[in-house]
Design a protein around this ligand. Structure first.
Ligand SMILES: Cc1cc2nc3c(=O)[nH]c(=O)nc-3n(C[C@H](O)[C@H](O)[C@H](O)COP(=O)(O)O)c2cc1C
Length: 204
């Protein structure tokens, strides 16, 4: 009989699948705010792989591959009407709504998140007015080359986004890396990614 494959810390990992009470129903949405195929994307892909192995349903959205127009500031969504911009954001906001858990990663640019991630954040505004993300849980990944103080600011940016939406922050994790493969080539960081993913599973 199939054994439960959920996180090893669950006592049910040794019981048959049918008796397992931790159904892998959780939709986990991972968002990469990096414009390149580098560290943020690598970390999120590795976390996704671990979550999938544990029986969850993770989906990774690479914002660099999405066509997202900038918020016009027209405030039409504030009146409860649909956003007049026609692009991928309708679909992406729908993913946010149906996600049970959110993981957002960004490179640090000038002590802030990337412009790409900020553009996406601004376009989630239609959800804000209906308070539609309140009570979800999430975790944060920030990457940068100029030390923890600088990278921490990008992490804080994402935390502010979570706070505004009343999303509960489970973890904020920072990686020091400059070149695209720096995290991939670092053994210590592989352990850190594993621990982060375990923390996500505990928070679900
Ligand atoms: C325009 C720009 C600004 C940057 N500013 C910072 C910064 O303020 N602090 C920092 O720690 N790293 C900074 N960096 C370095 C990147 O955060 C670093 O290369 C990181 O690994 C990029 O993540 P990625 O590989 O996921 O794209 C900057 C890089 C660029 C291109």
């Amino acid at each position: 009989m199939l054994q439960c494959s959920h996180a090893p810390m669950f006592p049910c990992s040794n019981v048959p699948m049918l008796q397992c009470s931790h159904a892998p129903m959780s939709n986990i949405l991972l968002i990469s705010g990096s414009p390149r195929k580098g560290n943020t994307e690598y970390i999120l892909s590795a976390v996704k792989k671990i979550l999938k192995k544990a029986g969850y349903q993770p989906e990774l959205v690479l914002l660099r591959k999405e066509k997202i127009k900038e918020c016009l500031g027209c405030s039409v969504c504030q009146a409860g009407k649909p956003c007049p911009l026609k692009d991928e954001m309708g679909r992406l906001n729908q993913k946010l709504l149906t996600a049970d858990y959110l993981i957002i990663g960004s490179p640090t640019y000038f002590n802030m998140i990337s412009g790409l991630l900020k553009k996406w954040i601004d376009r989630t505004n239609p959800l804000y007015f209906k308070n539609q993300l309140e009570g979800k849980h999430g975790s944060i990944i920030a990457v940068g080359a100029a030390g923890r103080q600088s990278i921490g600011k990008a992490g804080e940016n994402i935390k502010h986004f979570f706070d505004i939406y009343k999303i509960i922050t489970d973890q904020i994790i920072l990686f020091e890396a400059e070149h695209p493969d720096d995290v991939k080539d670092n053994l210590e960081y592989q352990k850190k990614i594993r621990q982060f993913a375990d923390g996500v599973i505990r928070g679900i």
